[in-house]
Design a protein. Sequence first.
Length: 308
Amino acid sequence: MKQYLTFTEEVRHALENNLPVVALETTIISHGMPYPQNIEMAKEVEQIIRDNGAVPATIGIMNGKIKIGLTEAELEEFATNQSVEKVSRRDFPYILSSGKIGATTVAATMIAAELAGIHMFATGGIGGVHRDGEITWDVSADLTELAQTNVAVVCAGAKSILDIGRTLEYLETQGVPVVGYHTAEFPSFFARESGYGVDFRLDTPEEVGALMNTKWDLGLKGGMIIANPVPESDALNHKEIEAVILQALNEAKENNIAGKKVTPFLLAKVKELTAGKSLQTNIALVKHNAEVAAKVAVAYQQKANESK
């Protein structure tokens, strides 16, 4: 397995010395935001993690290797190369064996993080059950990954283009704890509310770190969601964004957009319909998630080191 992994010196040093590390995905860079906002966001998020006591490990696939941590030049490649593939669990062996460049989704980043020994991951929002999922069977591999891979995911909830109620039902069935960080309501990515609750509300990094450590100490496989609402100053109105999303969904149907292309299309359409406000919110929530993830990673690592 190790022949497929390469590490930056910063990440290698952190892992060898049991220091807190936070994994970051590359799909948000390659497919989630336009240039140059994507590269600016990627660099800022890494610095936020360092400023809060942890080490960032942005993950991507290049030249037949899973890169655990990227150089500045590699980040630029993911931000600008138009041929970057979107990689989930099913795509891993193909992208690696073919030597193509691949940006990792939530599911793929979780896989790579666990292989590298990283248990904390910060992203924007997780995938889930798509609206009309009972007809299309369009369910993100993020959910099945959360059921089996020991990585905690800090996110601003599920992307609001999804069926959040069914997404939470799926997570419950799979035994994935959904923690609300400073909230009893599950956030809906662009907005702080969704109308759905969380399993547990926790208000400190130490509480979350203790829960993570206890879960895996018990041998309970799988990840967990740490739902962290977008800051109030950056949040969009829930009812207004819902109307925009319904319009975007209708346009996706009219244009027969399906599969991997759905989420990038919908996010781009929502950005267009909100005159760019959704992109500002997206960047703000990613930064906020990185800060919380770093603080929780520090608390978890301390707990894990104590229990060894």
